[in-house]
Design a protein around this ligand. Sequence first.
Ligand code: NAD
Length: 291
Amino acid sequence: MKISDIKNISIIGAGNMGHQISTLCAIHGYKTTCTDISQEMLDKANAFVDKYLPGRVEKGKLSEEQARQARANLRFTPSLEEAVKDADYVIEAAIEVLDVKRKLFADMDKMAPPHAILATNSSYIVSSRIADATKRPDKVCNMHFFNPALVMKLVEVVQGPHVSDETTAITMNLCEKLDKVPVHIKKEVDGFLLNRIFKAISKEALWLLDMGVASMEDIDNACVFGAGHPMGPFRLMDLTGIDLAYIAETEAFKKSGDRSDLPSPSVVAHYVKGEYGQKTGKGWYDYSEKQ
Ligand SMILES: NC(=O)c1ccc[n+]([C@@H]2O[C@H](COP(=O)([O-])OP(=O)(O)OC[C@H]3O[C@@H](n4cnc5c(N)ncnc54)[C@H](O)[C@@H]3O)[C@@H](O)[C@H]2O)c1
């Protein structure tokens, strides 16, 4: 397969990442089908696109024709089979739970055309933990976008030992077609590149907070005004989801047995209260009034 053979892209999951990746693909000319098990999430994603595209036209970032074409390229369906049956490339962005992803990949393997590449946008799960649920492991890889996917340029493409050079090359090329900057990660490693670096920063930030050394506002300010980060670790966690941090760290602990991998007490406190960050209106910061 060549990059020019990719015409139809399917996105699995219409949440935080899925609705933005879907919009991105549609804007860049791909016939895009997005699916989710939640009709509410599909409706929300649809409403987002209806608002986002005219907004881009108003800002002069898209012509009216480009916006009309992008809208025509994008559809939403609750049926997984309907979503992937004509796919050339699938990007899975469902919740970060290994068993859910393995079941999805096993199902998609049966439903998608044999040539289709099945990529996961997972932040922490390497594709070798999923690929053996399919009969096409050479076509199963990690394609890791960053949040918000319509804005952030970086995509990490991870080539596990089972992934073919062709799958990697097409995935890197697809990133470029989507106007992203791909980096090729040649070995599977938990957290890939950037999340490993962020994990080290956020671990230290949480320790400083839990020890009462400084407030979260001051820790965020130190990172923004001292290190030039666009946002501090607490704002970033609110954006990416405290639930995601909790799940990723719990999984890391299950694997390593190392207590230092456990989520910090303050992350657990937010998680059990359902305070996941921006998506629930409250996390480290309160978004209810401001938003
Ligand atoms: N949030 C981030 O900053 C971020 C960044 C990069 C990658 N990721 C990864 O992207 C994936 C999605 O994360 P998110 O933040 O968008 O999560 P989210 O909770 O916002 O959305 C997940 C969606 O998956 C849907 N879903 C659950 N099971 C499904 C199934 N069987 N079939 C179809 N849809 C299903 C849910 O209904 C939900 O809408 C995760 O693997 C995560 O690790 C997240």
